[in-house]
Design a protein around this ligand. Sequence first.
Ligand SMILES: [Zn+2]
Length: 367
Amino acid sequence: MLTDDDSDQSAGLRERVGELCHRSGVLRVLQGVRAWVRRDVRILAYHRVLTLADGHEFDFDLDLVSASAEDFRAQMRLLKQRFRPMRLGDVVAAMAEGRPLPADAVVVTFDDGYDDNYREAYPILCESGVPATFFVSTGYIDSGRPYDYDWVVHMILGAQLERVVMPALGLDVPMPASRIARRRLAGRVLSGIKALDGPAQTSLMTELETDWGMSRGGLHPDCRPMSWEQLREMHAAGFEIGSHGVHHRMLAKLSQAELEFELGASKATLERELGAPATLISYPVGGRTAFDDRVIRAAGAAGYDAGCSYICGTNPVATARRYGLYRLPVERTMGLGWFAAMLTLPEYMSYPTSNHVTDSVRDACSP
Ligand SMILES: [Zn+2]
């Protein structure tokens, strides 16, 4: 497992090497060479596109801000100039039918359904001519309510408490004074919550909101899901809208009935609201514990054609199993050079994560 320090050092090295390679023009040569020896599809994973005057003051989960509007525009231009942006549905259909895909095929995806996807990313995608897929948790759409994990971060950043006591996580520590330390604590709490089973996650969230007197009422302009009206507009403009479950729950941690509900109800709602088949899903929360063979079987039975994981990697074109597609997370701290280098040489330049691929997940992705 990577420590924070290892990860920071590794990220710093990738940033410097990426920038150097990008400026020197060597990436174009390497891209050509790689396309000869390896055919795979890169699927980029974004959450939010948001320009923050001061990230330190941001009241929600900073790790979910993937790029500023300016950085995102530069990334999409580079994608259009140097790669072959494609719709995920077209890539999946080609994989299913064994048809070849162009070298350097890249897919852009977004998870969760934040309204900055509509306000910031959608106009840039339109002007750049880059298709994208938006995976949304249908239970949040039109609700105005912040997502669970964002709310945990918000509570920890703002709570007036002496100590943070969460027996379910084995946590009993003084509440840090600084925002940096509180953000670090929030990261620790989120990791702990994600390790709990479904009912325990739900009850811990409810307890925190009640005990700390911080319910999610009211509007939070910095953390708002999209509306159905916005999604219908994007869908009519040719963008794909896929499922990210109903309540953004970790599917592998649910009972069979709950799992089938999250898969089936989100699909039915998308189809009702958008008037078109919903055949793509990304498994909420990501990582090696978010989905397993049971989830993959249930997703296929529910009528999905493919599922995206949040595990870092690329996808061999010849792959026959499409329910555990790897993605490349885009992070706020990535300069354009690093972004270009990650797309060119993803096996060396992707964002350093501590995700380990389990056998069943590897099997889900391999040819
Ligand atoms: Zn998500």
